[in-house]
Design a protein around this ligand. Structure first.
Ligand code: ADP
Ligand code: ASP
Ligand code: MG
Length: 827
């Protein structure tokens, strides 16, 4: 008969009992609990770090090394708590009891030193002191506050088999012992050691690392409590490991299966077997945060509501090794995998994940790295005959791997989940080594390189939790006019972007030709100049790219705000590292056709974006418009354009008395020219833009195929420096004056116009009358008219300011925000 003895079991983990401050909180939590309900049963872990400390002490002893420093550390940690939290008269008896434990432990370690051997049985005995010390000590502290406290050594109440290190519970006897103990101590506040138990001979066993959670569930089930609370150091079960995914958030509800799968695949916040007794008795488990006791945490329960997300969480195991066994001898041999896995289970090697190819030609399975070599040699012994007969090959061990699993009970009803997962991984260049989907369809697991894990987790998290912000991690080259304007714009719109578009731009790296600087968490752009000057290291393009690759961040974007040829050489490497490129630098796209094509192909192959809207007409939507026309099946018949904002400005202002020379100078001062104004006036810049448009329109053109009519006199063209060029311009004022007069006399204006027709591009100086659409053009405006199959009668025209740092930086900004716009987010 089940008796509703107590209301709750409260388990406090290592951190929750790990410091004076946290133990104070624990007492407060108990105070509140006692005031609201019947006394709970309290299960405690060892103080944080103590179990690991005990392991290294035992290992040192077995190696004959000195363990005294570790022992003193252990003593001090407990003594400090006693001194801080117990009244003086209560301290001595506790010191004495603790000292007794430490002496026993020391004797035990001496014994290990003499034998130079550490058996699993002795190891469990050593580890038991962690929970025994913490629980004894804290029970005495609680006694001072509440009175009527009982200390229970769980090794007297939980009975297990002899599987030291990870023992299995003997349920019936355990439940009886617990129930009797509870009856004997009815009304008291019981403190139980987590993690430890004993076998039928009374020898100490442990329940596996993290096993105190399990102790709580065993007590909860035996006493048929209303709820099991697991108090830890995070706000519940999170959507991913919060140490690796900053955007992970706590889940409100989970089913037992989901909690089990998530914890089995690495979410160590709860120990997987904990769910079994709770599930059988339908007792809810609540995970709560000692640092935020008012937060409701995560509830794991039977009738959990459907969540709005297609998956519940993403879990990960940082360190695994994979073994691959293959060979023709395995085909159709039903007994092979049975033999293999019973061998591994007999030898207590935990197989984390298995995949088998449909041809049955190979089996791949993942194990803990410490087991990999042992597993390999066990297989080689067991299958010696098959190996000799070449029916199977020697197992291959792959190391430095990690596992990532997406988990959720909704997954099986929702199509497209694996597509989203693999798209997110593929787009970020994460190579998947093996895949496993449990037949339950509650989980899809992938194996990947350990160095990719953080990136993969973040990318997958972004893909499934669309209502979260998308982070773009940008690396910017060039801090001239455009670069610095871009930073100002980003800083100004940052908040708006986050709120309105859910996009967060983190500037991770900045480099100019002198200095470079990185900040993995994103830089403040308030005073980037100063930071770069003062804290920056010497700039080096190769190491800038190397660092960017090394950081291996998801949604990484390389932004080239230079007009230099140098960065073009690194684009290829960047695409190959699955990083998107946004550039206002025209050189890359307007040199050889093969280079242009190569960039496009690489971006496509690596699933990243290559955006260069500002290559043509600064921020005006020209490249994008042409792309939209092309992808929707339209065909370009003719493009007519004025794409040199500089030349537009010059001709529009070449009026009255002002000389041509002065206007050019003025344009340069206004930031409307390329750094070298000759690039504009020679038509080189215009030629580049027309070439890029022609290529985007589908024509395979080389730069020397563009017919470029020169509008400058020979002497200006031959100038050897910018200063010399201005001199020559001054000398040619009369040439330009006569052109102007000729135009005015015939009621026309001067326009430098580019035309793409029949696959040919030409650029020439023309005089157009008022009937021409390009007649009315002001300032530095660009104009482009697309005559296409669809826009045949009246062309599609884009017109507006086509030069200047503000509009160009805005174009770069828009390109950055558009990166990953078709990202594989789950809709
Ligand atoms: P305790 O000592 O309280 O038992 P643990 O260290 O065993 O605590 O487990 C809590 C830790 O689990 C958290 O601090 C967190 O770093 C880690 N963790 C890993 N994955 C997750 C997850 N998905 N949700 C919450 N915590 C997680
Ligand atoms: N102290 C044990 C460990 O560190 C058990 C636990 O904390 O749950 O594994
Ligand atoms: Mg734990």
């Amino acid at each position: 008969m089940l008796k509703n003895y107590v209301m709750k079991v409260l388990k406090f983990g290592g951190t929750s009992v790990g410091s004076v401050e946290n133990i104070r909180t624990l007492i407060e939590i108990l105070k509140k609990e006692k005031s609201e309900r019947q006394n709970p049963v309290v299960v405690l872990s060892a103080m944080s770090g103590v179990t690991n400390l005990l392991i290294s002490m035992a290992e040192r002893a077995a190696n004959g090394d000195d363990f005294s420093a570790h022992l003193s550390e252990l003593e001090n940690r407990h003594f400090d708590v006693v001194k801080a939290l117990l009244e003086v008269p209560r301290q001595n008896p506790v010191f004495t009891k603790l000292k007794l434990f430490f002496n026993q432990l020391e004797d035990l370690l001496q014994g290990i030193t003499s034998l130079q051997e550490l058996t699993p049985k002795t190891r469990d005995l050593v580890l038991s002191y962690g929970e025994r010390c913490s629980t004894l000590m804290i029970s005495k502290i609680a006694d001072q506050h509440f009175g009527d406290v009982v200390f229970a050594d769980a090794s007297e109440l939980i009975k297990t088999d002899n599987n030291f290190g990870q023992a299995h519970i003997l349920t019936d006897i355990t439940e009886r012992l617990i129930s009797n103990f509870y009856d004997e101590n009815r009304g008291k506040l019981i403190f139980v050691t987590g993690f430890i138990a004993s076998n039928e001979n009374g020898k100490i066993t442990t329940l596996g690392r993290g096993g105190s959670d399990y102790t709580a569930a065993i007590f909860g089930s035996a006493l048929n409590v209303q709820e099991i609370e697991i108090w830890t150091d995070v706000n519940g079960m999170m959507t991913a490991d919060p140490r690796m995914v900053k955007k992970a958030f706590p889940l409100k509800e989970l089913s037992y299966t989901e909690a089990m799968e998530l914890s089995y695949f690495g979410a160590k916040v709860i120990y997987p077997p904990t769910m079994i007794p709770a599930f059988l008795k339908k007792i809810p488990i609540v995970i709560r945060n000692t640092y935020e006791p008012d937060f409701k945490g995560t509830i794991i329960r039977h009738d959990c509501r459907e969540s709005e997300h297609p998956i519940k969480g993403i879990s990960s195991i940082n360190e695994i090794s994979v073994l691959n066994v293959q060979g023709s001898g395995m085909v159709g041999k039903a007994g092979f995998s049975g033999r293999l896995f019973s061998l591994l289970s007999r030898e207590q090697i935990n197989v984390i994940l298995i995949t088998q190819s449909s041809s049955e030609h190979s089996i791949t399975f993942a194990v803990n790295p410490v087991d990999a070599i042992k597993a390999k040699s066990l297989i080689e012994q067991e299958f010696e005959l098959e190996l000799d007969a070449k029916k199977i090959e020697h197992p291959v061990v792959e190391e430095d791997l990690a596992a990532l699993a997406i988990v959720g009970e909704n997954m099986k009803q929702t199509p497209g989940i694996s597509g989203t997962l693999f798209h997110a991984l593929g787009r970020n260049g994460v190579n998947v080594r093996a895949i496993a989907q449990g037949s339950s369809e509650h989980n899809i697991s992938v194996i990947l390189s350990r160095t990719d894990l953080a990136k993969a987790l973040n990318a997958v998290h972004d893909a499934f939790y669309t209502d979260l912000k998308k982070n773009l991690n940008i690396f910017c080259l060039g801090t001239g006019n455009i670069g610095s304007t871009l930073f100002r714009q980003i800083e100004k719109h940052r908040e708006f972007l986050q709120l309105q578009n859910g996009v967060m731009i983190n500037v991770i790296g900045i480099s100019n030709s002198r200095k470079m600087i990185f900040n993995q968490n994103g830089m403040s752009l308030n005073n980037w100049q100063e930071t770069l000057e003062q804290e920056g290291e010497e700039a080096d393009l190769t190491s800038f790219v190397a660092r960017m690759k090394e950081m291996n961040l998801p949604n990484a974007v390389f932004v080239d705000n230079t007009a230099s040829i140098k960065p073009i050489a690194v684009y290829e490497d960047i695409f190959r590292a699955n990083i998107s490129v946004v550039t206002c630098n025209k050189i890359g796209n307007s040199s050889s056709y093969s280079q242009y094509k190569n960039f496009k192909d690489l971006a496509f192959q690596h699933g990243v974006d290559f955006y260069y809207e500002t290559n043509v007409g600064a921020g005006l939507p020209i490249v994008r418009t042409l792309k939209d026309l092309m992808i929707s099946g339209d065909r370009v018949i003719k493009i007519e354009a004025i794409l040199s904002g500089t030349i537009s400005y010059i001709f529009n202002n070449f009026k009255g008395e002002t000389t041509f020379h002065d206007i050019v100078k003025e344009a340069q001062e206004k930031g409307l020219t390329e750094p070298d104004p000759r690039d504009d006036l020679r038509g080189t810049d215009f030629m580049r833009k027309m070439l890029i448009l022609a290529r985007d329109a589908g024509y395979q053109l080389e730069p020397d195929e563009v017919e470029l009519e020169n509008m400058l006199p020979e002497a200006c063209l031959n100038a050897t420096s910018v200063a010399d060029f201005y001199n020559e311009l001054n000398n040619s004022n009369s040439f330009f004056e006569s052109l102007k007069k000729e135009a005015i006399a015939s009621g026309k204006v001067l326009r430098y116009i580019g035309i793409l027709e029949d696959g040919k591009v030409s650029i020439s100086l023309q005089m157009v009358d008022e009937n021409h659409p390009f007649y009315m053009l002001s300032g530095s405006d660009n104009i482009i008219s697309f005559t296409t199959e669809r826009y045949k009668e009246r062309p599609l025209v884009v017109k507006g300011p086509g030069a200047g740092a503000e509009v160009t930086a805005a174009g770069v900004f828009a390109d950055i925000v558009n990166v990953g716009a078709q990202y594989p987010n789950y809709f």
